[in-house]
Design a protein around this ligand. Structure first.
Ligand code: SAH
Ligand code: SF4
Ligand code: F3S
Length: 435
């Protein structure tokens, strides 16, 4: 059977698709690059915002339409929408979904496909597990320089706006030995960088071992050049971890630190568990211990009842924190979340749009200033694979702080570490020439 797998959402989903490939390849499924020749199309979906949902519905309709009645295809929904919308997906006759598998059910995929095939009935498994970490599955990764490794799965935080605790269940972590073993194998395969993944990666805990211990262990694997992590939660940054980051040259000096909002009443309603003062104290501490740190963030505008004045607090914190970049989102109500149950989505769309535009404008200025400040500096950059569908016009790499750098000349190998001098900057990237 030929399978076409398409992935939406975050890096955790990208990683899960690599697990799915590995699991199904063992059962002799073949993966193809084009949906037109596939017997099965699987969409690994995201449920974080309404827009993500709509994209998947649209995609299913367009696949059904393209294939027509003469050339039918099986369609399976995996990932976060699967858990969240099992009933809707199965009952929607126009979608004709054949099978559904939630994020903890991928080992049963083969069986689900067979049930849908042989018995012609819809099959599903969206059970969430307290234990499944896929520690025994070695993902089928694409070649490259970076390998994702999920070190923990799930989330216990229940931010009131967020669907993830419902779609991915409770937190659980893999053992440090199991993770470092995988990193050893990755180095042998030629990977230079690993990015440790988790919905709250710094809440990692295995028996008595915490995230600082894990990062230290991973960074000691011979041959690994860079270790990154995402996404942490601001509540879990003990000094021990920041001190390790400060002195360990393998751990990249980049922290993605999601703020979400700058107003304390809104932060409380979001159940983020910190005030903006505590957030700013953390930023100050990080900058004190790791002066060269790159800080990025996530922000939601238009959470229920957020006033214009309260949104101004977000602008103030963004200016004060000086993030290198920010992912910004309009609040999107998710079924089943606490915010959906308790607070009507009452900020008008026009106000959300105005707020996100103002925020993006401000962040763009800050990003540009931050990038300009790099001119004249010397950085080690790791050369990235060039984009395969486009002719190579220039070589790109990333700084330790994860900034994109465009090089003035070509001729480098992917995965090479090159010392460069930054010569120019745009709001989106740095430009550099080799030393
Ligand atoms: N675990 C990560 C977040 C993963 S979701 C963390 O805590 O940082 C990525 C981002 O999507 C969140 O940080 C948040 O900014 C945004 N997001 C989550 N739910 C949302 C919603 N209902 N509406 C709009 N944005 C949302
Ligand atoms: Fe969602 Fe909050 Fe968990 Fe992040 S920490 S996944 S935003 S509930
Ligand atoms: Fe989306 Fe699930 Fe990731 S909701 S952002 S794919 S954890």
């Amino acid at each position: 059977m030929k399978v076409f797998l398409e992935t939406y959402g975050c890096q955790m989903n990208e990683y899960d698709s690599e697990l799915v490939r590995s699991i199904l390849k063992k059962e002799n499924y073949e993966f193809v690059a084009d949906e037109s020749g596939a017997d099965i199309v699987m969409l690994n979906t995201c449920a974080i915002r309404e827009h993500a949902h709509r994209k998947v519905y649209g995609r299913v309709h367009s696949i059904r339409h393209a294939r027509g009645k003469e050339n039918p295809v099986m369609i399976g929904i995996l990932g976060c929408m699967a858990t969240n919308l099992r009933r809707d997906l199965l009952e929607d006759r126009s979608l004709k979904i054949d099978f559904i598998a939630g994020p903890d059910s991928y080992k049963r995929l083969g069986q689900l496909i067979r049930e849908a095939c042989d018995e012609g009935q819809k099959s599903y498994d969206v059970t969430l597990s307290e234990f499944e970490t896929y520690a025994d599955v070695y993902p089928s990764r694409k070649e490259g320089i970076n390998a994702w490794i999920a070190v923990m799965r799930g989330c216990n935080n229940f931010c009131t706006f967020c669907v993830v605790p419902y779609t991915r269940g409770r937190e659980r972590s893999r053992s440090p030995e199991n993770i470092t073993e995988e990193v050893r194998r990755l180095v042998a395969e030629g990977f230079k960088q690993v990015t440790l993944l988790g919905q709250n990666v710094n809440s990692y805990r295995h028996e008595t071992h915490d995230f600082a211990y894990l990062m230290d262990q991973v960074s000691r694997v011979p041959g690994i050049e860079r270790v990154r992590f995402t996404s942490p939660h601001p509540k879990d940054f003990p000094d021990r971890f920041l001190d390790l980051m400060a002195v360990n040259p393998k751990i990249c000096k980049h922290i993605h630190l999601p703020l979400q909002a700058g107003n304390n009443r809104i932060l409380d309603m979001m159940n983020r568990t910190y005030t903006h003062e505590e957030f700013m104290d953390l930023v100050a501490k990080i900058r004190r211990k790791i002066p060269e740190i790159t800080l990025t963030t996530d922000i939601i505008v238009g959470f229920p009842t957020e006033t214009d004045n309260e949104f101004e607090d977000t602008l103030h914190i963004v200016a004060a924190a000086g993030f290198d970049s920010a992912f910004t989102f309009k609040y999107s109500e998710r079924q089943g979340t606490m915010a959906c149950r308790k607070y009507p989505d009452d900020v008008p769309e026009a106000a959300k749009t105005e707020r996100i535009m103002r925020l993006n404008e401000l962040q763009k200025e800050i990003t540009f200033k931050k990038n300009l400040a790099h001119i004249g500096q010397v950085h080690d950059i790791l050369i990235e694979p060039s984009c395969q569908d486009k002719p190579v016009t220039h070589t790109v790499g990333r700084t330790d702080g994860n900034k994109l750098v465009i090089l003035s000349r070509n001729g480098y190998q992917t995965g090479e570490m090159v010392k460069v001098k930054i010569t120019d900057a745009t709001p989106h990237a740095l430009k550099a020439c080799p030393l």
